[in-house]
Design a protein around this ligand. Structure first.
Ligand SMILES: [Zn+2]
Length: 119
């Protein structure tokens, strides 16, 4: 049943608030900081995508994410939701963290895939 399976395929979601605007987000799977000291994105292998909820655009997509997007007919508009992510075939191995920083109006959604393995 489609309804039941889409209910089970739930992408996990949490919101993260950083009191220090320079404090970087760390990957919840491997602990690696996702930014260098210049606040440039340094994605680890778990990072699936980064979406700017205000600009409503992706600032990062992993190769796996690009492949899923190409295979789906998903058109992302507006704010990125966990529902849209689950339509790409992601389930509870994906954790979406919505990051808000102090003094910043931006909200960024970082999605980490815990199911990435290194060969
Ligand atoms: Zn990681």
């Amino acid at each position: 049943m489609r309804l039941a399976s889409s209910f089970l395929n739930r992408v996990s979601y949490a919101s993260v608030y950083k009191a220090a605007s320079v404090s970087a987000l760390h990957c919840p799977a491997c602990g690696v900081s996702q930014e260098d000291e210049l606040q440039l994105l340094q994605p680890c292998m778990h990072l699936a995508c980064v979406y700017d909820q205000e600009a409503q655009e992706f600032t990062y997509k992993s190769d796996d994410f690009k492949q899923r997007e190409a295979l789906s007919n998903e058109a992302f508009t507006g704010q990125l939701s966990t529902r849209a992510l689950s339509r790409l075939g992601y389930a509870d191995e994906l954790l979406a963290l919505e990051l808000t920083r102090a003094g910043c109006w931006s909200h960024e959604l970082f999605a980490f895939n815990f199911n990435v393995h290194v060969d």
